[in-house]
Ligand binder design. Structure first.
Ligand code: ADP
Ligand code: ZN
Length: 432
């Protein structure tokens, strides 16, 4: 069963044709914006030469800085009267960018989410609790519209207020949730505190886990606790928001919806395209956006295209779980480290709880890395030797992966700062 079987299993040749015609329309539309119109004129770029998805390499890349420079209307490709919605990014790495949508943009985005959710098994009989911030952030309304399109009962719970979330789940038989993975882990401690067992006391069966990088280990830990299947959901506001790439029931990478986006992987240093299978920065071109088309957008997200077809039969290529953003990378003593490497190791160690924080300091000329790790309740107040053994194990496990000996502080459950939105994993005190 498919939501849009024809398009999801389209043969690659027909897909290429579809992409080519949508790209041509997108370029025509993009020309109307002062940013692209001006750029094409200045560079003398003849867009008629761009005939297929492979030709996008002829176009310049677009960056978050371009969006910031052209803030707020420089990318707008239609009249303001045609706009029906504005969203913005979360501003994780600086000033937030804004995106405008026409009614047809919202309809296309809604279809992508309905398609993605339906793919995982969600149906109209489901009760969907959307535990994401509503408002400018795209995770709220994006999923909300998609779920309504499927015909499910939507509970627009919003983020936070853990006890009420649990109450809603129980009172209204929530079967599907959308949640930030770090919050899902935190919520597990509230379940335990209140004596509610999600496996026994709720009907949860599907969760959409997105908005921030998380490891396979973290997914497994969450799935294990709740007893549901957790599907990875990827998107960014510049490309609408969620619904860009989504996991199918195979849970082996995320299908990236190529009827809506042209996908490239580039070398983040040189900007040169990389062959399939090689890890690099994901670059996306919108194919169905009217209000604000964006060409060759540098997402700063690191991933690779997984080789081979997916056993589920969908023909849209898959990307691997996001490893992090190019600007998340920590360089310590010449070693490149991503927060997700630390998370992955921590999640493997029994005794480690649900939250952690990475702190970078400069001591003289040396950089140091401290990892504060919440441990499970039963360890606290227990045997001090056991605690020290656990601490040593954490140091050893991390050292074996990141090749630097970190300071490790074990801290009480629930003692590290929590965020209702994306987790803040790294505190860098090295910057003056
Ligand atoms: P901001 O870039 O300010 O955080 P967005 O809310 O648009 O604003 O967030 C998009 C970003 O969130 C992506 O570029 C990516 O870095 C991250 N992200 C979203 N979904 C996932 C996911 N499933 N896995 C890893 N990272 C994700
Ligand atoms: Zn698949």
């Amino acid at each position: 069963m498919y939501w849009e079987q024809e398009i999801e299993t389209i043969d690659r040749k027909s897909l290429a044709k579809l992409q080519a015609s949508r790209l041509a329309a997108t370029l025509e539309q993009a020309k109307r914006s002062s940013h692209y119109g001006g750029l094409f004129e200045r560079t003398g770029l003849d867009t008629a030469r761009i005939r297929s998805a492979a030709d996008v390499e002829m176009l310049p890349l677009t960056t978050k800085e371009d969006l910031r420079e052209q803030w707020p209307y420089g990318f707008l490709a239609c009249s303001r009267d045609e706009l029906v919605r504005m969203h913005s990014s979360s501003g994780t790495t600086g000033r937030a960018t804004v995106i405008f949508h026409t009614a047809s943009d919202i309809a296309a985005w809604t279809d992508l989410l309905a398609r993605s959710m339906y793919m995982t098994g969600m149906r109209r009989s489901d009760v969907f609790q959307n535990m994401m911030t509503y408002g400018l952030f795209t995770g709220g309304l994006g999923f909300h519209y998609g779920a309504e399109k499927i015909g499910a009962l939507v509970i627009p719970a919003g983020a936070g207020n853990s006890k009420r979330q649990i109450q809603l789940m129980r009172d209204f038989d929530t079967s599907v949730i959308h949640i930030i993975p770090s919050y899902a882990l935190h919520l597990s401690t509230v379940f335990t505190e209140t004596g509610v067992d999600p496996r026994r006391d709720t009907r949860l069966k599907i969760a959409f886990l997105g908005a921030e990088p998380h490891s396979e280990k973290m997914r497994l830990k969450i799935e294990e606790f709740y007893g549901f299947k957790g599907f990875n959901s990827y998107g960014l506001s510049e490309m609408n928001g969620p619904g860009v790439a989504f996991e199918c029931p195979e849970q082996q990478g995320m299908h990236i919806w190529e009827d809506n986006y042209i996908v490239e992987i580039i070398d983040p240093e040189t900007g040169k395209p990389l062959p399939d299978g090689q890890e690099g920065e994901l670059v996306l071109t919108t194919l169905r956006r009217e209000g604000m088309p964006i060409l060759r957008y540098r997402t700063k997200d690191l991933t690779r295209i997984l080789p081979g077809p997916c056993p589920c039969g969908r023909t849209h290529r898959r990307i691997e779980r996001i490893k992090g953003r190019t600007d998340d990378m920590m360089i310590l003593k010449g070693v490149n480290i991503f927060p997700i490497q630390i998370e992955k190791k921590l999640m493997e160690i029994p005794g480690v709880g649900t939250n952690f924080q990475i702190i970078l300091d400069r001591e003289g000329y040396n950089d140091s890395l401290t990892v504060k790790v919440e441990i499970k309740g039963e360890f606290f107040g227990g045997d001090l030797r056991e605690l020290e053994a656990l601490r040593r194990r954490v140091v050893e496990e991390l050292r074996s992966d990141i090749l630097i000996t970190p300071h490790v502080d074990l801290v009480e459950p629930d003692s590290l700062p929590k965020s209702e939105g994306k987790a803040v994993r790294v505190i860098d005190n090295r910057k003056e």
